[in-house]
Design a protein around this ligand. Structure first.
Ligand SMILES: Cc1cc2nc3c(=O)[nH]c(=O)nc-3n(C[C@H](O)[C@H](O)[C@H](O)COP(=O)(O)O)c2cc1C
Length: 246
């Protein structure tokens, strides 16, 4: 094992879900910001970066949000909270940002003057991603995409996950990778975290003044940990039950 792998192993092993934080130990809010910056480097679907991070530092806001978290200890005793949101309505802006990045990389010349490969890359963001992410209220566009994919599947492999619900999964997968990056980073910074999905998302959305289209991936509480905040030793099913070599 390399030295880096050993360090990573110890970070992974140290991370536990913390339910009671230390109210008096020093806490560096900059470690949270640094960890969010690292989280934003997580791999994500088509680099659309369909995430937002709300760093809640204000004590009154933490107390209010803890109520939405069913007054769980992990939220009530938290020194700070990080809310990972999925701003679904921002897909056009994210596609445009990617388009601009790649267009600049290709020298900013008119798209028609680029080679076919570069044109395909740019069209991916100017057309395909916009079509892929477009949602109507009833999910009809998703059914249309499914039909197109179904027909295409007759002569080539296709990605079937194009419905409204599939796209939610796509976005939340990426956001969860950012969440885990954040938690491991906080562990490396010497602090504890607890991911939470047990909260009232509607009340939280209203409280933060976010649009209805914004979903929450999870809320992560953080702070200096305590011994009593780890409720029991770690339990995982036997590795042989989840590991398959084919
Ligand atoms: C998506 C997700 C949601 C979770 N929601 C909660 C929660 O609402 N409250 C809580 O106390 N723990 C929550 N947890 C923590 C899990 O219970 C915990 O990760 C699991 O029991 C394994 O323990 P460990 O994290 O200490 O290894 C959540 C974890 C994940 C990944």
């Amino acid at each position: 094992m390399t030295e880096q792998a050993a360090i990573f192993q110890s970070i992974v092993e140290q991370r536990r879900s913390m339910r009671i934080y230390d109210a008096s130990a020093p806490f560096d809010t900059e470690a949270v910001k640094r960890s969010i910056e690292r989280a934003a480097l997580a791999p994500n679907s088509s680099n659309m970066q369909m995430w937002e991070f709300y760093h809640i530092r204000d004590a009154k806001m933490i107390a209010d949000i803890a109520v939405f978290c069913m007054s769980q200890n992990a939220a009530k005793t938290a020194r700070e909270l990080v809310i990972i949101a999925v701003p679904k309505a921002k897909y056009k802006a994210r596609a445009q940002a990617n388009f601009q990045f790649h267009h600049a990389r290709y020298g900013g010349v008119p798209v028609s003057q680029l080679d076919k490969r570069s044109q395909r890359k740019l069209r991916y963001f100017s057309h395909l991603m916009r079509l892929y992410y477009f949602q109507d209220w009833f999910g009809i566009s998703g059914y249309i995409r499914k039909c197109i994919v179904g027909i295409s599947s007759l002569w080539r492999p296709v990605v079937w996950q194009v419905s409204k619900q599939d796209l939610r999964v796509v976005c939340h997968k990426s956001a969860a990778l950012a969440a885990q990056t954040f938690m491991l980073s906080m562990t490396a910074e010497g602090y504890a975290t607890c991911p939470m999905e047990g909260f009232d998302s509607k009340k939280l959305r209203k409280y933060l003044g976010l649009p209805r289209s914004t979903e929450f991936n999870m809320i992560i509480s953080c702070g200096p940990g305590t011994k009593e905040g780890i409720y029991h030793e770690r339990f995982r099913v036997p590795f042989e039950e989840i590991y398959f070599v084919r």
